[in-house]
Design a protein around this ligand. Structure first.
Ligand SMILES: Nc1ncnc2c1ncn2[C@@H]1O[C@H](COP(=O)(O)OP(=O)(O)O)[C@@H](O)[C@H]1O
Ligand SMILES: Nc1ccn([C@@H]2O[C@H](COP(=O)(O)O)[C@@H](O)[C@H]2O)c(=O)n1
Length: 202
């Protein structure tokens, strides 16, 4: 199994790039694992407390479970990938059966901060967009899709997202084999990654 890691700051376009890559590829041969599925289980906290969590710190991720799942997939076993709710700020009771494929894409802001996960990635990709682009995209998405208001997102950007990005996420760019500039839609880069995957599938 080829494991491709796709990291980059919030709003840089990771999910969009992943969707563009896998679109047109056979779903039974290429799968996706999202770091969001591996946020720590916060069921012991009320929603108001869960909302105060720093979701941009590596400690917010259950890397042990992610590593276990990647090892299982690599050995051909299926895993139950947790399903995350951004509205409830917690894992749901549901899981999605994720089976081993020839290619697995792992995407998320923090995936390259963990040495064990980094070690498992055969190809490391960092998607870059300027911070003003990312903030605009993030603001629109938080307000339209994730139940936050504008002030909450702007406060969070200053107090948490920006410092965590500078401390933990941006430095992982140095581990990348490929950096995709994504201030604008980058179909050339997407085609290149898709070509690498297609070669693995033959
Ligand atoms: N290259 C781009 N140009 C403009 N908007 C983009 C681009 N890539 C993604 N977006 C938009 O930005 C928002 C965040 O993109 P997303 O792929 O969810 O980013 P990420 O997964 O890195 O947080 C989405 O609304 C998406 O449609
Ligand atoms: N309950 C949560 C959990 C996480 N976030 C934010 O999601 C961002 C990571 O996802 P991307 O698609 O943007 O890569 C991260 O910056 C967290 O702040 C959230 O808003 N609510």
């Amino acid at each position: 199994m080829l494991i491709i890691g796709i990291a980059g700051g919030t709003g840089c376009g990771k999910t969009t790039v992943v969707n563009q890559i896998i679109n047109e590829l056979p779903t039974d041969e290429v799968g996706v694992i999202s770091q969001d599925s591996y946020y720590n289980d916060l069921s012991h906290l009320p929603l108001a407390e869960r909302k105060k969590t720093n979701f941009d710190h590596p400690k917010s991720i259950d890397f042990t479970l992610l590593e276990e799942h990647l090892i299982a997939l690599k050995s051909g076993q299926s895993v139950q990938q947790p399903v995350y709710s951004f509205i409830d700020c917690n894992r749901t009771d549901e899981t999605v059966e994720t089976y081993a494929r020839k290619v697995m894409i792992v995407e998320g802001i923090l995936i390259m901060t963990n040495p064990k996960i980094r070690e498992m990635l055969d190809i490391k990709i960092y998607v870059h967009a300027d911070s003003d682009e990312r903030l605009i995209r993030r603001l629109k998405r938080d307000v339209n899709e994730r139940g936050w208001n504008m002030n909450e997102t702007l406060d969070k950007y200053q107090s948490t997202l920006k410092p965590m990005h500078l401390q933990f996420i941006e430095p992982t760019k140095e581990y990348a084999d490929i950096i995709i500039p994504n201030n604008k839609y980058n179909t050339v880069a997407v085609d290149i990654v898709r070509t690498i995957i297609t070669e693995k599938l033959v």
